[in-house]
Design a protein around this ligand. Structure first.
Ligand SMILES: Cc1cc2nc3c(=O)[nH]c(=O)nc-3n(C[C@H](O)[C@H](O)[C@H](O)COP(=O)(O)OP(=O)(O)OC[C@H]3O[C@@H](n4cnc5c(N)ncnc54)[C@H](O)[C@@H]3O)c2cc1C
Length: 440
């Protein structure tokens, strides 16, 4: 009589090397095993679900650890690496770009101030690389609103990260900070490999939601903001205008979005209601409602004379979260300062005219530094601004700018053996300028 032998039985009988020998040519596909000694299931104790204490394997050690591979995290990782330290970038999904690719937010607004380009450096470099690709980007011209192709952008970001020599872990979700007192020493990640630690000298939180700084105990403001879900429509070049009657005065046509680099394909934004991006019930409700709403509105469009051939190419794989946490930094950027064009001696970059007509507003370094937690910098849409600033800070260009600055600052802190809050600001500004950033 034969008995099916489980992988666990085999490990027990042969040990790992014996197993590899026994499996011959298939060994490479089968060698990975589960270390049963690490299994620490949660249990119920006195009616409470309890997770036992356990030791975590250290997956990696690095100088600068970036959490989140959106526009800010990618800029930070490349900038830190170019400043000459070892850099590791960890992302929960399978590609880079964050909301820009996964959220299908293809259009870049706020690159210019009064017609002058104020976002330069790594963000501009990414867009110039897209220019060289067939159907990579449209409207990348002075004063324009460049719109990218998400697949081209995923490729360009991956290439730039690879060329810079950044170590990458995809499919890794940051779930905790590793602390020594009030100083961050790395982060804990959950993946198909289980729960593992990455140790770092300095961490840059570019998760968009400030997941790492919240876990580290940094203070922040928690906002409910409008959630959307972006989609793409196809066959817009096949609309039969002869079937569309004249519109009455003030009557709006259907929302067909705006152009992308692919002919006949538009991207359609969605404003959506306010919800809590840190509440899984809200995230689920928004995702389900928005998908249903998009399908039904496209169905309605297809039943409208002239629009029969239009179809839904895709909805974004990632829900459109705009804002959740805003850091309490050593400097909180105020809307009033922006409107009054206040200058900051520690400027690390400049924002443009999106939603305001106020050419050039500087972003001070203190907006990236938590008030109380050390060895940590924030970058992207979760940096320190008052709630009124969220609408300005969250668009892609300021995320490039703060990512770039956080990356250089983190690398400088490592090289000069100091805390991010002690970094020599003129030196930081000099390197940023050498890396083609514009500080105003
Ligand atoms: C619907 C919508 C429309 C928008 N329209 C525009 C527009 O027209 N123009 C414009 O310029 N901007 C627009 N924006 C804003 C812009 O897209 C984002 O604010 C910008 O992408 C933020 O960049 P970021 O790098 O800070 O964060 P994100 O783009 O959110 O990137 C964060 C990255 O971190 C990863 N991550 C998150 N948590 C973890 C974790 N715990 N562990 C590991 N990885 C993690 C995410 O997967 C993601 O890749 C829009 C946003 C939305 C939602």
């Amino acid at each position: 009589m034969t008995r099916e032998i489980s992988r666990r039985d085999l490990f027990g009988v042969l040990g790992a090397s014996g197993l590899a020998a026994a499996m011959g040519p298939f060994a490479s596909a089968c060698r990975a095993g589960v270390d049963e000694t690490q299994k620490t299931s949660a249990t119920i104790v006195d009616g409470k679900v309890v997770q036992p204490q356990r030791q975590l394997p250290v997956l990696h050690k690095t100088d600068v650890l970036g959490g989140g591979g959106g526009p800010a995290g990618v800029a930070a990782a490349i900038a830190a690496r170019r400043t000459g330290v070892r850099v590791t970038l960890v992302e929960r999904y399978g590609c880079f770009g964050g909301q820009w690719t996964g959220g299908l937010v293809l259009i870049v607004v706020g690159l210019y101030a009064g017609g002058k380009q104020v976002t330069r450096g790594i963000g501009e470099e990414i867009m110039c690389r897209l220019d060289k690709l067939d159907r990579g980007i449209v409207n990348h011209r002075p004063g324009g609103k460049p719109t990218v192709d998400a697949e081209a952008l995923k490729y360009v970001m991956l290439e730039m990260i690879r060329e810079a020599g950044v170590d990458v872990f995809l499919h890794c979700w940051g779930v905790d900070a590793i602390m020594s007192g009030n100083s961050v020493q790395g982060a804990v990640f959950e993946s198909k490999s289980g729960r593992q630690a990455i140790l770092a000298n300095v961490v840059v939180d570019a998760t968009g939601d400030g997941d790492v700084y919240a876990a580290a105990g940094a203070r922040y403001e928690h906002l409910k903001y409008h959630f959307g879900l972006v989609s793409r429509l196809g066959n817009l070049d096949k609309i039969d205008r002869s079937k569309i009657g004249p519109r009455k005065k003030g009557q709006k046509g259907p929302n067909l979005g705006s152009i992308t680099p692919i002919k006949g394909v538009n991207w359609v934004n969605m404003h959506g209601p306010n919800a809590d991006a840190l509440d899984v019930a809200d995230l689920t409700r928004m995702e389900m409602n928005h998908r249903r709403q998009i399908w039904k509105s496209v169905e309605k469009l297809r039943n409208t004379p002239g629009y029969e051939k239009v179809y839904l190419v895709e909805t974004a794989p990632q829900l459109g979260v705009r804002i959740s946490r805003l850091l309490a930094g050593t400097h909180t950027l105020r809307f009033k300062d922006v409107m009054e064009k206040r200058k900051f001696a520690d400027s690390v970059g400049v924002g443009g005219d999106w939603n305001i007509k106020n050419p050039e507003w500087q972003i001070p370094y203190g907006t990236l530094i938590p008030k109380t937690v050390d060895n940590l910098l924030a970058a992207g849409r979760c940096i320190s601004g008052e709630a009124k600033m969220a609408e300005l800070l969250r668009v892609i260009p300021p995320c490039f700018v703060t990512g770039h600055a956080a990356g250089v600052a983190a690398a400088l802190a490592v090289k000069d053996s100091c805390l991010p809050r002690e970094v020599d600001v003129p030196k930081l500004q000099k390197i940023l300028k050498q890396q083609d950033a514009y500080l105003g």
